[in-house]
Design a protein around this ligand. Structure first.
Ligand code: P6P
Length: 335
């Protein structure tokens, strides 16, 4: 007998029922993220057809050229989350400041969402997978007022859920909310995300490493030595330049993803709040680990600004530990 299809909505409702204290608010928020993902997916799949390719002309907070699909994805997630009634504010890679969400009722949403609406967007024009990254926090500011910066400048350990959407050969939504990681594949014939990867556990080791080898000479000595070590072990280099895709592979095949600090990005390139924290949350929930290249646990890194960056080394636990031993042996680790 064919296994019963479990849709994302059903899964979320079942999970909610298992939590007696649940009010349903978090469930509604997760389902709204699924809706936004389906809307964005529809446009990502058409990108080459409806002339929404091409650089919008503006640049985002880190100087990346902004693609029209970036703007579309950002607008759709903001629009959907704003209508959800569960969110009081949003922080996005595409917006310099926090976005206030006031649904008109006296008591505003109790959550804030941080997101990179379309990560890896430079790959859009060449039909390479791109992704959405999101994280969810409970607000800290009074519920009857507007959201505040303090609602967003919370460490990764305060995150209540995180996930990503991978718009690739198929479209997957992967998320964790404290009880493990589950993946849902979009079935276009019914327009539903269906449970396809239950309780994902990352291999403890693998033979892939993922780093932009082009920056090798710009990495600190200890990173270069570790990358040489990966090469000595005949690990295979896989680097797509789309963080969600590179991490997704590691979730299933094992490996380590590195974006070390360089001269151009002395504090690292990837954004702590809406790229590193959410992906580290998922990696840890799947049994892996995530450190900065100075060996601090990503989830514990203090955050002081929305678009703060960090170096990162994340993936299979045994491989991150191996990298740690290299840095301790060769690097001047800042205590
Ligand atoms: P580089 C995409 O622009 C991104 O933010 C991540 O998705 C990706 O891992 C990284 O930057 C790629 O950066 O410098 O290797 O092109």
């Amino acid at each position: 007998m064919q296994n019963k299809i479990v849709t994302l909505d059903e899964f979320i409702i079942r999970t909610e029922k298992e939590n007696p204290k649940s009010t349903g608010s978090f469930s509604r928020l997760l389902r709204d993220i699924g809706i936004a993902a389906k809307i964005v997916n529809r446009e990502v799949n058409k990108a080459g057809l409806v002339n929404i390719l091409g650089v919008e002309g503006s640049t985002n907070t880190t100087g990346d050229a902004v693609q029209k699909l970036d703007i579309f994805a950002n607008e759709k997630f903001i629009e959907t989350l704003s209508y959800s009634g569960e969110v009081c504010g949003i922080a996005s890679e595409e917006n310099q400041d926090i976005i206030q969400v006031n649904n008109g009722s006296a008591v505003n949403g109790q959550y804030v969402v941080v997101m990179d609406p379309l990560d890896g967007s430079s790959n859009i024009d060449v039909n390479v997978s791109v992704g959405t990254i999101f994280g969810i926090y409970k607000r800290k500011s009074p519920v009857d007022g507007p959201c505040e910066m303090e609602d967003f400048l919370q460490k990764g350990t305060e995150m209540v859920a995180a996930g990503y959407v991978l718009y690739g050969t198929s479209t997957l939504l992967v998320y964790a909310a404290g009880q493990g990681v589950n993946g849902f594949t979009l079935d276009p014939s019914i327009g539903e995300f269906c449970l396809s990867h239950r309780n994902i556990k990352m291999p403890a080791a693998g033979n892939y490493y993922s780093v932009n080898q082009g920056y090798y000479l710009k990495f600190d000595l200890e990173m270069r030595r570790y990358i040489d070590h990966c090469s000595d072990l005949n690990y295979r280099l896989r680097y797509i330049g789309s963080m969600v895709s590179d991490i997704h592979r590691i979730m299933f095949q094992g490996g380590i993803f590195l974006y070390p600090n360089t001269r151009k990005y002395p504090k690292g390139k990837l954004r702590l709040l809406y790229e590193c924290y959410p992906m580290a949350y998922i990696i840890e929930q799947a049994g892996g680990s995530a450190l900065t290249c100075k060996l601090e646990r990503i989830m514990d890194v203090e955050i002081h600004s929305l678009h703060q960056t960090s170096s990162i080394a994340m993936g299979s636990g045994d491989m991150v530990r191996d990298m740690k031993e290299f840095v301790e042996r060769y690097g001047a680790v800042i205590q």
